[in-house]
Design a protein around this ligand. Structure first.
Ligand SMILES: [Zn+2]
Length: 351
């Protein structure tokens, strides 16, 4: 009987070890949170779009593909803590093990959870994604530096507001926000960028039972190594930040090539887009709206540069307000300086 119990315990242990693909890793700092950190929106049988609820800092979305025997996670958020909690909460939808992670691109809000996975988990990304995550290159990018340097100020600001707040319910809300920010800072302190251990240059297809999972590099866009994940049978495409409902940041984008890459995306037969930020959508016209914006921001900023206007001044003057209907965050002339700086850089390198 004792032996049987022991055997059952061993089996249970094996199952637990198999569940997540992270069991040999130490639990990262900053995972504490209240309630669920993710909503798993079911898009098709076994396909979920995971969106943060705000009780933990996760920043980007992930997608979860549950197959016959295993789970594939696309993108793993902003920190080891966020990825750890994602993997734990995936247990609420399946007890199958996460054996594969796909990075749509190297940016901090999509690939900084990579370090929590055991070595036998395949982390797949474009060759460029590997290059950027190797040797801490991604940490030198203005986008990440900007993000991480504002964290202490954000915490300080919340502390000051808590000290000044007299309304108990607002104070409690601010205290919850402070907890979320402090947990994120604690996890960022443990960050060790971890590159994909499997790379692709153009295409790769994974077969899981009767599910086909295509990884496609369609050209440079949001970064030099964006990969989309296309499920032809389910007619779903997971786009990272190459296509979202909003204006993706352009800090290291190929603004002038992005339109052509999106044209390649249009050739795929999909009905649903799972973007790296925001909710899933079905309106393919969003691709046209974004292409129109990209063409115009390139033309407008190029025109200002040709007139000898500084990047700072061009960031104030570039007028894209005619795109306000499809991108409501545009409410006056002006384009983020990080985008203008990047367009100037691209224009200079063309000479
Ligand atoms: Zn992102």
């Amino acid at each position: 009987m004792a032996r049987l119990t022991m055997a059952a315990a061993c089996i249970a242990l094996l199952i637990t070890v198999g569940v997540a693909g992270i069991q040999s890793q130490r639990q990262p700092a900053g995972t504490a949170h209240t309630g669920n950190a993710f909503r798993f929106n079911k898009v098709a049988d076994g396909v979920y779009h995971a969106i943060g609820t705000g009780t933990l800092t996760v920043v980007g979305n992930s997608s979860v593909i549950v197959n016959d025997d295993d789970v594939i996670v696309v993108d793993d958020h902003v920190s080891p803590a966020a990825a750890w909690v994602l993997i734990n909460e995936i247990k609420s939808i399946t007890n199958k093990p996460v054996r594969t992670v796909i990075n749509t691109h190297f940016h901090y809000d999509h690939a900084h959870g990579n370090q929590i996975f055991d070595k036998d988990v395949s982390i797949i990304g474009h060759e460029f994604t590997r290059e950027m995550l190797l040797g801490g290159k991604s940490l030198q990018m203005p986008l990440y530096k900007g993000y991480v340097t504002q964290l202490p100020g954000q915490i300080e600001n919340l502390k000051q507001r808590i000290a000044m707040e007299s309304d108990p319910s607002r104070k409690a809300m601010l205290q919850a926000q402070l907890q979320v920010a402090e947990n994120n800072a604690a996890s960022q302190a443990e960050l060790k960028p971890t590159p994909p251990n499997v790379t692709l240059r153009t295409n790769m297809t994974l077969y899981r039972g009767d599910r086909e999972i295509q990884l496609r590099f369609l050209g440079r866009a949001h970064t030099a190594g964006d990969v989309v994940v296309f499920l032809p049978k389910e007619r779903i495409v997971i786009t990272g930040d190459m296509l979202t409902s909003a204006l993706s940041n352009m800090s290291d984008a190929f603004v002038n090539e992005w339109v052509t890459t999106l044209e390649e995306l249009k050739k795929l037969d999909f009905a649903t887009v799972l973007p790296g930020h925001g909710e899933a959508f079905t309106d393919r016209a969003k691709i046209d709206y974004f292409q129109a914006y990209l063409r115009d921001v390139w033309t407008e900023v190029s025109r200002l540069k040709q007139q000898g206007v500084s990047a700072e001044e061009a960031a104030k003057r570039a007028d894209l307000t005619k795109h306000k209907e499809h991108f409501p965050t545009i409410n006056s002339p002006g384009v983020p300086l990080i985008a203008v700086t990047r367009i100037y850089e691209l224009l200079n390198s063309k000479r």
